[in-house]
Design a protein around this ligand. Structure first.
Ligand code: PGA
Length: 257
């Protein structure tokens, strides 16, 4: 499903480092920045989401204006008595421009509901951050033929009414594909991404054609091309393969050739 005027949003390749990375990992960011600066316009936006402790050093040492730094989660409130949490404002102050919300690992490990995810996305907007809202079905839901229904439900509950193409990115991440080396077929990815586009068009009209829809789950340099060329896939959210500059740049380079 494409816009009648063929509007295709600029792609985004985002790396989610999860709970990996020390200050010494700055060498990977430097190596990535060198690769990006040394190549032609990458033809996509690039985001690295390290552990929160690395947001400040990474945003300060970042030598490439083409790479932005993001966070992996935020609290819904601006400040207050929430031991161990970070607000969207704190993350923004540290140098982040975006925050991932509703990753399936947080939905599972911390019991986050879609309603909470929506409030986190609203907190991101309040602080001036882009919210990368994650959705996706489990293996059991796919086997039961419920994928599209789950996606519709998660979208309508997780995406705030104020969402637009500049403050929101949607990441489709089938839970069973995350960190497993398994990926859906091209037809399965295409089906879900088209469905997401249709749902967003219904809720927000033509604006939906400009929203970036990322695919995430076992994206690697050797499968990136086939995945990123699927209609309505406007980039990737990459876990394991974003930890090594060579692998991550291999994925980014798909947009360069
Ligand atoms: P993966 O993780 O690329 O390691 O499968 C993706 C994600 O969880 O965002």
């Amino acid at each position: 499903m494409t816009h009648p005027n063929q509007i295709v949003p600029r792609a985004l390749v985002a790396g989610n480092w999860k709970m990996n990375g020390l200050r010494s990992s700055a060498v990977e960011l430097k190596s990535l920045a060198d690769k990006v600066s040394g190549s032609e316009d990458p033809n996509c936006d690039i985001l690295v989401c390290p552990p929160a402790t690395l947001i400040i050093p990474f945003s300060q040492q970042n030598i490439s204006s083409a790479i932005e730094i993001g966070a992996q989660d935020c609290h819904t409130n601006e400040k207050g008595a929430h031991t161990g949490d970070l607000s969207a404002e704190i993350i923004k102050d540290a140098g982040a421009t975006a925050v991932i919300v509703g990753h399936s690992e947080r939905r599972t490990d911390h019991g986050e509901s879609s309603e909470l995810v929506r409030e986190k996305a609203q907190a991101a907007y309040r602080a001036g951050l882009t919210a990368i809202i994650c959705i996706g079905e489990t293996q059991q839901q796919r086997d039961a033929g419920e994928t599209l229904e789950i996606i519709s439900t998660q979208l309508s509950a997780s995406v705030p009414a104020e969402a637009n193409a500049s403050n929101t990115v949607i990441a489709y991440e089938p839970v069973w594909a995350i960190g497993t080396g398994l990926t859906p077929t091209e037809a399965q990815i295409g089906e879900v991404h088209t469905h997401i586009r249709q749902c967003l068009v219904q809720s927000m009209g033509d604006e939906a054609f400009s929203i970036r829809l990322l695919y995430g789950g076992s994206v690697k340099p050797d499968n990136a091309r086939e995945i990123l060329l699927i209609e309505n896939v406007n980039g990737a959210l990459v876990g394991g393969a974003s930890l090594k500059a060579d692998d991550f740049f291999g994925i980014i380079s798909v947009y360069n050739t």
